[in-house]
Design a protein around this ligand. Structure first.
Ligand SMILES: Nc1ncnc2c1ncn2[C@@H]1O[C@H](COP(=O)(O)OP(=O)(O)OP(=O)(O)O)[C@@H](O)[C@H]1O
Ligand SMILES: [Mg+2]
Length: 288
C-alpha cells in the first residue's frame, strides 16, 4: 500500500514509559466476578495481547479501560492520569481508541461518514460556527474529509469505498473501517477486540501485518484481544492470560506457551500437549 501515512501527533512520551497501568482492577456483575484483581501494564510502543477462554473477562477488561464500565475496585492510570470512572468520550479524548468484538459501525452511513464520526472528538469547531458554516468551519471540514480519505487508503480500503454504505462492505472490510474510525480519534493507545474474528486466513495474515505497521509507522501502542494463536504469537511483545477473570500468566509469547497453567486453562485438558506442539510449530514456522 503506497497510501500517505496520516500524521498522528506524538504524545511526547519516550519509548519504554508506562502508558497504561491497571492495579487491582475488579468488575463484579452481581455475584459474578468477571475481572478479578488484575494488575496490568503496557509501555509506550508495545504490542500486547490478552488471551483466555470464552468468558474469561477480556472484553470486560477493555470495557473498563474505555469507560463503558466503571471498575468495582482498582485503579486505571493512562499517561499519568486516572481514567477510572471517566465517560467513554472523555477516554477517547484522552487518547484511547478501540474497535469492538461485535462490529459497531453506523450501518446506514457511508464509510467516509463513519470515519468522520471518529474524527468528531478532534474537530475544534463548536456548534454555533458549524451551524453558521463560517469559513474556518468550512476549511476544517475540507481538511477532515481529506484526512478521512487518507485513513481509508491507509487501512487498505481505498478512498473509492468512501460513498459505500458500511453495511454493504464485507466483514473483513468492516473490521478495517472500524480501525479507520478508531485511528480518526488520534489515539495513543489502540485497543482491538478480536480484530481477526470472522476473517479468512488471508485476511487474518493481512490484518496481522497491518497491526504491526500501526505500531511501527504510527508509533501506536496496541493492546489486542485475540483467539488466533498464530496472530498472538506472531506479533505480541507480551501476552497476558485471563481465566475466570483472574490473570494466570504473563510474559513473552514463548514463556506463556510453556506455562502449564495456560495449557490447561486455555487449551483444555484433552490433547493439550498435542495442541501446544502444533502451536509452537506454527509460531516457529512464522518467525523462521
Ligand atoms: N454487562 C454484563 N452483565 C452481566 N454479566 C456480564 C456482562 N458483561 C459480561 N458479563 C459476564 O462476564 C464474564 C466475562 O465476559 P467477557 O465478555 O468479558 O468475556 P471474554 O473473555 O471477552 O469472552 P469471549 O472470548 O467470549 O469474548 C462472562 O461470564 C459474561 O457473561
Ligand atoms: Mg470478548
Amino acid at each position: 500500500m503506497s497510501a500517505q501515512v496520516p500524521s498522528i501527533p506524538s504524545n511526547g512520551s519516550v519509548n519504554g514509559n508506562v502508558l497504561l497501568e491497571a492495579k487491582g482492577v475488579t468488575k463484579r456483575f452481581g455475584g459474578l466476578v468477571a475481572v478479578n484483581n488484575v494488575d496490568f501494564t503496557i509501555t509506550q510502543g508495545q504490542i500486547a495481547s490478552v488471551i483466555g477462554p470464552n468468558g474469561a473477562g477480556k472484553t470486560t477488561f477493555f470495557n473498563m479501560i474505555t469507560g463503558i464500565y466503571t471498575p468495582t475496585e482498582g485503579t486505571l492510570t493512562f499517561n499519568g492520569s486516572s481514567i477510572a470512572g471517566l465517560k467513554p468520550n472523555q477516554i477517547t479524548a484522552a487518547g484511547i481508541g478501540r474497535t469492538f468484538q461485535n462490529i459497531r459501525l453506523f450501518a446506514n452511513m457511508t464509510a467516509l461518514e463513519n470515519v468522520l464520526v471518529g474524527m468528531h472528538t478532534r474537530l475544534k469547531a463548536g456548534l454555533a460556527p458549524i451551524l453558521l458554516q463560517t469559513p474556518a468551519v468550512v476549511h476544517e471540514e475540507v481538511r477532515a474529509r481529506e484526512r478521512a480519505l487518507q485513513l481509508l487508503d491507509y487501512v487498505g480500503l481505498g478512498r473509492r469505498i468512501a460513498p459505500a454504505a458500511a453495511r454493504n462492505l464485507s466483514y473483513g472490510d468492516q473490521r478495517r473501517l472500524e480501525v479507520a474510525r478508531a485511528l480518526a480519534t488520534e489515539p495513543k493507545l489502540l485497543l482491538l477486540d478480536e480484530p481477526t474474528a470472522g476473517m479468512n486466513p488471508l485476511e487474518t495474515a493481512g490484518m496481522t501485518t497491518f497491526i504491526r505497521r500501526l505500531r511501527d509507522e504510527l508509533g501506536l501502542t496496541i493492546l489486542l484481544i485475540e483467539h488466533d494463536m498464530l496472530v498472538v504469537m506472531g506479533i505480541s511483545d507480551r501476552v497476558s492470560v485471563l481465566d475466570h477473570g483472574t490473570k494466570i500468566a504473563e510474559g513473552t509469547p514463548r514463556e506463556v506457551q510453556s506455562s502449564p497453567q495456560v495449557i490447561e486453562a486455555y487449551l483444555g485438558q484433552g490433547g493439550a500437549e498435542e495442541k501446544l506442539a502444533q502451536m509452537k510449530e506454527r509460531s516457529h514456522a512464522r518467525t523462521a
